[in-house]
Design a protein around this ligand. Structure first.
Ligand code: 9MR
Length: 375
Protein backbone atom coordinates (compact mmCIF):
# COMPACT_ATOMS: atom_id res chain seq x y z
CA UNK A 1 0.00 0.00 0.00
CA UNK A 2 1.43 3.42 -0.96
CA UNK A 3 0.54 6.43 1.13
CA UNK A 4 1.90 9.07 -1.20
CA UNK A 5 -0.27 12.14 -1.52
CA UNK A 6 -0.77 13.35 -5.07
CA UNK A 7 -0.21 17.04 -5.92
CA UNK A 8 -3.83 17.26 -7.11
CA UNK A 9 -5.07 16.08 -3.77
CA UNK A 10 -2.94 18.73 -2.11
CA UNK A 11 -4.43 21.49 -4.24
CA UNK A 12 -7.94 20.42 -3.34
CA UNK A 13 -7.05 20.26 0.28
CA UNK A 14 -5.43 23.68 0.36
CA UNK A 15 -8.66 25.19 -0.86
CA UNK A 16 -10.78 23.26 1.60
CA UNK A 17 -12.05 25.24 4.56
CA UNK A 18 -12.31 23.20 7.73
CA UNK A 19 -14.94 24.26 10.20
CA UNK A 20 -14.88 27.77 8.83
CA UNK A 21 -11.12 28.19 8.88
CA UNK A 22 -8.93 27.67 5.86
CA UNK A 23 -5.89 25.51 6.36
CA UNK A 24 -2.81 27.54 5.62
CA UNK A 25 0.02 25.55 4.13
CA UNK A 26 2.19 28.56 3.41
CA UNK A 27 3.61 28.06 6.88
CA UNK A 28 5.20 24.84 7.87
CA UNK A 29 7.21 23.68 10.82
CA UNK A 30 9.33 21.53 8.59
CA UNK A 31 10.26 24.45 6.34
CA UNK A 32 11.35 26.52 9.33
CA UNK A 33 13.13 23.58 10.97
CA UNK A 34 14.95 22.85 7.72
CA UNK A 35 16.48 26.34 7.85
CA UNK A 36 17.87 25.43 11.28
CA UNK A 37 19.18 22.04 10.21
CA UNK A 38 16.75 20.71 12.80
CA UNK A 39 14.46 17.69 12.61
CA UNK A 40 10.89 18.30 13.67
CA UNK A 41 8.89 15.15 14.28
CA UNK A 42 5.76 13.56 15.62
CA UNK A 43 4.83 10.18 17.02
CA UNK A 44 2.52 8.50 14.53
CA UNK A 45 0.05 5.66 14.18
CA UNK A 46 0.11 4.08 10.71
CA UNK A 47 -3.54 3.07 11.14
CA UNK A 48 -4.36 6.80 10.65
CA UNK A 49 -2.45 7.30 7.39
CA UNK A 50 -5.62 6.62 5.41
CA UNK A 51 -7.23 9.67 7.03
CA UNK A 52 -6.50 12.46 4.50
CA UNK A 53 -6.01 15.34 6.93
CA UNK A 54 -3.84 13.24 9.21
CA UNK A 55 -1.57 12.28 6.33
CA UNK A 56 -1.52 15.75 4.86
CA UNK A 57 -0.67 17.53 8.11
CA UNK A 58 1.99 15.02 8.97
CA UNK A 59 3.68 15.23 5.60
CA UNK A 60 3.49 19.01 5.27
CA UNK A 61 4.51 19.95 8.82
CA UNK A 62 7.09 17.37 9.86
CA UNK A 63 10.33 15.99 8.46
CA UNK A 64 10.56 13.11 10.92
CA UNK A 65 8.14 10.45 12.19
CA UNK A 66 8.38 7.96 15.02
CA UNK A 67 5.96 5.08 15.44
CA UNK A 68 4.13 5.65 18.74
CA UNK A 69 3.69 1.91 19.22
CA UNK A 70 4.38 0.09 15.95
CA UNK A 71 8.03 -0.77 16.59
CA UNK A 72 7.61 -1.76 20.24
CA UNK A 73 8.20 -5.31 21.36
CA UNK A 74 4.47 -6.16 21.50
CA UNK A 75 4.07 -5.16 17.86
CA UNK A 76 7.30 -6.54 16.44
CA UNK A 77 7.68 -9.84 18.32
CA UNK A 78 4.16 -10.85 19.43
CA UNK A 79 5.26 -14.47 19.86
CA UNK A 80 8.75 -15.75 20.62
CA UNK A 81 10.89 -15.64 17.52
CA UNK A 82 7.96 -14.58 15.31
CA UNK A 83 8.46 -11.09 14.01
CA UNK A 84 5.85 -8.80 12.49
CA UNK A 85 7.04 -5.66 10.75
CA UNK A 86 3.83 -4.74 8.94
CA UNK A 87 2.90 -1.62 10.90
CA UNK A 88 6.48 -0.43 11.30
CA UNK A 89 7.07 -0.86 7.56
CA UNK A 90 4.06 1.36 6.86
CA UNK A 91 5.70 4.15 8.84
CA UNK A 92 8.90 3.72 6.84
CA UNK A 93 6.95 3.71 3.58
CA UNK A 94 5.05 6.89 4.48
CA UNK A 95 8.26 8.60 5.54
CA UNK A 96 10.10 7.62 2.37
CA UNK A 97 7.24 8.89 0.22
CA UNK A 98 7.42 12.27 1.96
CA UNK A 99 11.17 12.68 2.48
CA UNK A 100 10.93 12.25 6.22
CA UNK A 101 13.33 10.49 8.57
CA UNK A 102 12.19 7.65 10.81
CA UNK A 103 13.12 7.50 14.48
CA UNK A 104 12.77 4.00 15.91
CA UNK A 105 11.15 3.47 19.32
CA UNK A 106 12.09 1.31 21.20
CA UNK A 107 14.21 -1.80 21.49
CA UNK A 108 14.19 -2.44 25.24
CA UNK A 109 11.76 -1.35 27.94
CA UNK A 110 10.93 -2.80 31.33
CA UNK A 111 7.18 -2.45 30.87
CA UNK A 112 4.55 -3.05 28.16
CA UNK A 113 6.19 -6.26 27.04
CA UNK A 114 4.14 -9.15 25.63
CA UNK A 115 2.84 -11.74 28.08
CA UNK A 116 4.90 -14.54 26.51
CA UNK A 117 7.96 -12.60 27.64
CA UNK A 118 6.88 -11.36 31.06
CA UNK A 119 5.24 -14.60 32.07
CA UNK A 120 7.70 -16.95 30.40
CA UNK A 121 9.82 -17.61 33.53
CA UNK A 122 12.97 -17.50 31.45
CA UNK A 123 16.43 -17.97 32.92
CA UNK A 124 19.00 -15.16 32.57
CA UNK A 125 20.71 -17.09 29.78
CA UNK A 126 17.45 -17.49 27.90
CA UNK A 127 16.59 -13.80 28.39
CA UNK A 128 20.00 -12.80 27.14
CA UNK A 129 19.51 -14.74 23.96
CA UNK A 130 15.90 -13.48 23.53
CA UNK A 131 17.08 -9.89 23.98
CA UNK A 132 19.98 -10.28 21.57
CA UNK A 133 17.81 -11.92 18.95
CA UNK A 134 15.15 -9.20 19.25
CA UNK A 135 17.56 -6.29 19.00
CA UNK A 136 19.58 -7.78 16.15
CA UNK A 137 16.51 -8.85 14.17
CA UNK A 138 14.61 -5.56 14.50
CA UNK A 139 17.59 -3.28 13.89
CA UNK A 140 18.73 -5.39 10.93
CA UNK A 141 15.28 -5.26 9.38
CA UNK A 142 15.31 -1.45 9.57
CA UNK A 143 18.98 -0.99 8.67
CA UNK A 144 19.40 2.21 6.62
CA UNK A 145 15.67 2.94 7.06
CA UNK A 146 15.57 3.97 10.70
CA UNK A 147 18.27 6.58 11.22
CA UNK A 148 18.08 6.66 15.04
CA UNK A 149 16.85 4.25 17.71
CA UNK A 150 15.72 4.60 21.27
CA UNK A 151 17.70 1.54 22.30
CA UNK A 152 16.74 1.56 25.96
CA UNK A 153 13.70 3.36 27.34
CA UNK A 154 13.08 4.60 30.88
CA UNK A 155 15.58 2.52 32.83
CA UNK A 156 16.09 4.93 35.77
CA UNK A 157 13.72 5.90 38.58
CA UNK A 158 13.29 9.46 39.84
CA UNK A 159 16.13 9.00 42.34
CA UNK A 160 18.52 8.01 39.62
CA UNK A 161 18.52 4.32 40.61
CA UNK A 162 18.08 1.62 38.01
CA UNK A 163 14.53 0.29 37.96
CA UNK A 164 14.05 -3.34 38.81
CA UNK A 165 13.04 -4.93 35.54
CA UNK A 166 12.98 -8.16 33.60
CA UNK A 167 16.14 -7.05 31.80
CA UNK A 168 18.12 -5.74 34.75
CA UNK A 169 17.52 -8.03 37.71
CA UNK A 170 14.13 -9.79 37.48
CA UNK A 171 15.91 -12.00 36.72
CA UNK A 172 17.96 -9.98 34.21
CA UNK A 173 20.28 -11.13 31.46
CA UNK A 174 23.03 -12.28 33.79
CA UNK A 175 24.22 -8.77 34.66
CA UNK A 176 22.02 -8.08 37.71
CA UNK A 177 23.74 -5.86 40.25
CA UNK A 178 26.22 -4.63 37.62
CA UNK A 179 24.62 -1.24 37.12
CA UNK A 180 24.26 -0.12 33.54
CA UNK A 181 26.02 -3.18 32.08
CA UNK A 182 22.80 -4.57 30.59
CA UNK A 183 22.12 -1.20 28.94
CA UNK A 184 25.61 -1.15 27.46
CA UNK A 185 25.01 -4.64 26.12
CA UNK A 186 21.81 -3.51 24.38
CA UNK A 187 23.70 -0.65 22.72
CA UNK A 188 26.46 -2.99 21.55
CA UNK A 189 24.03 -5.38 19.90
CA UNK A 190 22.16 -2.55 18.23
CA UNK A 191 25.42 -1.13 16.92
CA UNK A 192 26.44 -4.53 15.63
CA UNK A 193 23.20 -4.79 13.64
CA UNK A 194 23.43 -1.29 12.13
CA UNK A 195 26.71 0.52 12.73
CA UNK A 196 25.33 3.66 11.08
CA UNK A 197 22.18 4.06 13.16
CA UNK A 198 22.32 6.69 15.90
CA UNK A 199 21.69 5.06 19.27
CA UNK A 200 19.79 6.89 22.01
CA UNK A 201 18.89 6.40 25.63
CA UNK A 202 15.37 7.86 26.18
CA UNK A 203 13.63 8.88 29.43
CA UNK A 204 11.03 11.17 31.01
CA UNK A 205 11.33 13.66 33.87
CA UNK A 206 15.01 14.04 33.11
CA UNK A 207 14.73 17.24 31.08
CA UNK A 208 16.19 19.57 33.69
CA UNK A 209 18.96 19.01 36.23
CA UNK A 210 17.83 16.44 38.80
CA UNK A 211 18.78 13.07 40.26
CA UNK A 212 17.54 11.16 37.20
CA UNK A 213 19.27 13.37 34.65
CA UNK A 214 22.44 13.23 36.78
CA UNK A 215 22.35 9.42 36.56
CA UNK A 216 21.83 9.56 32.79
CA UNK A 217 24.67 12.05 32.46
CA UNK A 218 26.96 9.80 34.49
CA UNK A 219 26.01 6.79 32.35
CA UNK A 220 26.68 8.64 29.08
CA UNK A 221 30.01 9.88 30.40
CA UNK A 222 30.99 6.37 31.42
CA UNK A 223 29.81 4.88 28.07
CA UNK A 224 31.76 7.48 26.12
CA UNK A 225 34.89 6.76 28.13
CA UNK A 226 34.56 3.02 27.54
CA UNK A 227 33.52 3.36 23.90
CA UNK A 228 30.04 1.93 24.39
CA UNK A 229 28.32 3.09 21.18
CA UNK A 230 25.89 5.76 22.40
CA UNK A 231 25.09 8.76 20.20
CA UNK A 232 22.34 10.58 21.99
CA UNK A 233 19.88 11.13 24.79
CA UNK A 234 16.14 11.51 24.28
CA UNK A 235 14.41 13.92 26.63
CA UNK A 236 10.75 13.00 26.44
CA UNK A 237 9.23 16.23 27.81
CA UNK A 238 5.76 14.99 28.80
CA UNK A 239 4.57 18.03 30.75
CA UNK A 240 1.50 17.09 32.74
CA UNK A 241 1.18 20.17 34.95
CA UNK A 242 1.36 23.77 33.78
CA UNK A 243 2.69 24.75 37.19
CA UNK A 244 5.57 22.30 37.12
CA UNK A 245 7.64 23.08 34.11
CA UNK A 246 11.24 21.86 34.22
CA UNK A 247 13.91 24.50 34.62
CA UNK A 248 17.57 24.12 33.69
CA UNK A 249 16.72 22.26 30.48
CA UNK A 250 19.27 24.32 28.55
CA UNK A 251 21.96 23.49 31.10
CA UNK A 252 21.14 19.79 30.90
CA UNK A 253 21.26 19.77 27.09
CA UNK A 254 24.55 21.71 27.18
CA UNK A 255 26.24 19.28 29.56
CA UNK A 256 25.14 16.27 27.50
CA UNK A 257 26.29 17.94 24.29
CA UNK A 258 29.65 18.61 25.92
CA UNK A 259 30.08 14.84 26.27
CA UNK A 260 29.75 14.56 22.50
CA UNK A 261 26.20 13.21 22.23
CA UNK A 262 23.16 14.69 20.54
CA UNK A 263 19.93 15.49 22.32
CA UNK A 264 16.50 14.89 20.85
CA UNK A 265 13.34 16.22 22.45
CA UNK A 266 11.42 13.03 21.78
CA UNK A 267 7.88 13.09 23.15
CA UNK A 268 6.80 16.61 24.00
CA UNK A 269 3.23 17.33 25.00
CA UNK A 270 1.76 19.85 27.44
CA UNK A 271 -1.43 18.56 29.04
CA UNK A 272 -4.23 20.97 30.00
CA UNK A 273 -6.86 20.40 32.69
CA UNK A 274 -10.18 19.58 30.97
CA UNK A 275 -13.82 20.02 31.95
CA UNK A 276 -16.48 17.32 31.81
CA UNK A 277 -17.39 18.19 28.22
CA UNK A 278 -13.85 17.62 27.03
CA UNK A 279 -12.82 21.27 26.66
CA UNK A 280 -9.96 23.04 28.43
CA UNK A 281 -11.06 24.16 31.90
CA UNK A 282 -9.46 27.57 31.39
CA UNK A 283 -9.21 29.11 27.93
CA UNK A 284 -6.15 31.08 29.05
CA UNK A 285 -4.30 27.79 29.39
CA UNK A 286 -3.94 27.67 25.62
CA UNK A 287 -1.62 30.66 25.78
CA UNK A 288 0.26 29.27 28.76
CA UNK A 289 0.70 26.09 26.77
CA UNK A 290 1.92 28.06 23.76
CA UNK A 291 4.47 29.89 25.88
CA UNK A 292 5.88 26.62 27.21
CA UNK A 293 6.10 25.07 23.75
CA UNK A 294 7.76 28.22 22.43
CA UNK A 295 10.32 28.28 25.24
CA UNK A 296 11.28 24.63 24.80
CA UNK A 297 11.47 25.01 21.02
CA UNK A 298 13.78 28.01 21.50
CA UNK A 299 16.01 26.13 23.94
CA UNK A 300 16.36 23.28 21.45
CA UNK A 301 16.76 25.48 18.37
CA UNK A 302 19.43 27.63 20.00
CA UNK A 303 21.70 24.74 20.98
CA UNK A 304 23.53 22.98 18.18
CA UNK A 305 23.58 19.73 20.18
CA UNK A 306 19.78 19.59 20.14
CA UNK A 307 19.13 18.10 16.73
CA UNK A 308 15.46 17.09 16.88
CA UNK A 309 12.26 18.48 18.36
CA UNK A 310 9.40 16.00 18.42
CA UNK A 311 5.89 15.90 19.86
CA UNK A 312 3.99 12.79 21.01
CA UNK A 313 1.36 12.87 18.29
CA UNK A 314 0.36 16.14 16.64
CA UNK A 315 -3.43 16.42 16.77
CA UNK A 316 -5.52 16.48 19.95
CA UNK A 317 -7.75 13.99 18.17
CA UNK A 318 -5.21 11.27 18.92
CA UNK A 319 -3.18 11.47 22.11
CA UNK A 320 -2.41 9.08 24.96
CA UNK A 321 -3.20 11.70 27.61
CA UNK A 322 -7.04 11.67 27.89
CA UNK A 323 -6.99 7.90 28.22
CA UNK A 324 -4.14 7.94 30.73
CA UNK A 325 -5.70 10.67 32.90
CA UNK A 326 -9.27 9.35 32.53
CA UNK A 327 -10.31 12.53 30.77
CA UNK A 328 -8.95 14.92 33.37
CA UNK A 329 -6.23 16.24 31.06
CA UNK A 330 -5.92 16.67 27.33
CA UNK A 331 -5.47 19.06 24.40
CA UNK A 332 -1.73 18.67 24.79
CA UNK A 333 -0.56 18.96 21.19
CA UNK A 334 0.06 21.55 18.46
CA UNK A 335 -3.11 20.98 16.40
CA UNK A 336 -6.65 20.71 17.72
CA UNK A 337 -8.93 17.75 17.09
CA UNK A 338 -9.96 19.29 13.74
CA UNK A 339 -6.34 19.71 12.68
CA UNK A 340 -6.46 23.47 13.16
CA UNK A 341 -3.17 24.97 14.34
CA UNK A 342 -3.30 26.11 17.98
CA UNK A 343 -1.42 29.00 19.63
CA UNK A 344 1.19 26.39 20.59
CA UNK A 345 1.82 25.68 16.90
CA UNK A 346 2.36 29.35 16.15
CA UNK A 347 4.69 29.64 19.15
CA UNK A 348 6.91 26.81 17.91
CA UNK A 349 6.92 28.21 14.39
CA UNK A 350 7.92 31.62 15.73
CA UNK A 351 10.60 30.12 17.97
CA UNK A 352 12.15 28.35 14.97
CA UNK A 353 11.96 31.45 12.78
CA UNK A 354 13.56 33.64 15.44
CA UNK A 355 16.32 31.13 16.13
CA UNK A 356 17.08 30.96 12.41
CA UNK A 357 17.63 34.72 12.34
CA UNK A 358 19.56 34.87 15.57
CA UNK A 359 22.74 32.87 15.22
CA UNK A 360 23.84 31.36 11.91
CA UNK A 361 26.83 29.74 13.67
CA UNK A 362 24.47 27.54 15.71
CA UNK A 363 22.99 26.19 12.50
CA UNK A 364 26.41 25.56 10.96
CA UNK A 365 27.53 23.76 14.09
CA UNK A 366 24.35 21.64 14.18
CA UNK A 367 24.84 20.63 10.56
CA UNK A 368 28.44 19.69 11.35
CA UNK A 369 27.32 17.52 14.28
CA UNK A 370 24.69 15.81 12.15
CA UNK A 371 27.06 15.33 9.22
CA UNK A 372 29.75 13.92 11.47
CA UNK A 373 27.34 11.50 13.17
CA UNK A 374 26.09 10.13 9.87
CA UNK A 375 29.58 9.33 8.52
O1 9MR B 1 1.48 6.71 23.75
C1 9MR B 1 1.78 5.36 23.96
C2 9MR B 1 0.53 4.56 24.26
O2 9MR B 1 -0.33 4.55 23.13
C3 9MR B 1 0.90 3.12 24.64
O3 9MR B 1 -0.26 2.44 25.07
C4 9MR B 1 1.94 3.11 25.75
C5 9MR B 1 2.43 1.70 26.03
O4 9MR B 1 3.08 1.14 24.93
O5 9MR B 1 3.07 3.89 25.38
C6 9MR B 1 2.77 5.25 25.12
O6 9MR B 1 3.95 5.92 24.74
C7 9MR B 1 4.93 6.06 25.76
C8 9MR B 1 6.30 5.92 25.10
O7 9MR B 1 6.38 4.71 24.40
C9 9MR B 1 7.42 6.04 26.12
N1 9MR B 1 7.30 7.23 26.90
C10 9MR B 1 5.99 7.49 27.49
C11 9MR B 1 4.91 7.43 26.42
C12 9MR B 1 3.55 7.80 27.00
O8 9MR B 1 3.17 6.87 27.96
Amino acid sequence: MRFKISPNFLTVLIALPIVGQPVCFAQSLRKEAQKLGLLVGAAVDPARFSEPLYAEMLASQFNMAEPENAMKWQATEPARGQFNFTAGDQVVEFAEAHQMKVRGHNLLWGVFNPAWLTEGHFTPDELRSIMKNHIITVVSHYRAKVFAWDVVNEAFDRNGQLKHTLWYDRPGIGLAGQGTAYIAQAFRWAHQADPKALLFYNDYAAEGLNAKSDAIYAMVKDFKRRHVPIDGVGLQMHLMDLNQIPTSVAANIARLAALGVQVHITEMDVALPMNASGKPLHRADLSRQAKIYGEMATICAEQPGCTAFQTWGFTDKYSWIPHYTRGEKGDALLFDANYRPKPAYRAVLKAFAQAARKNPKTIERRLEIEHHSLQ
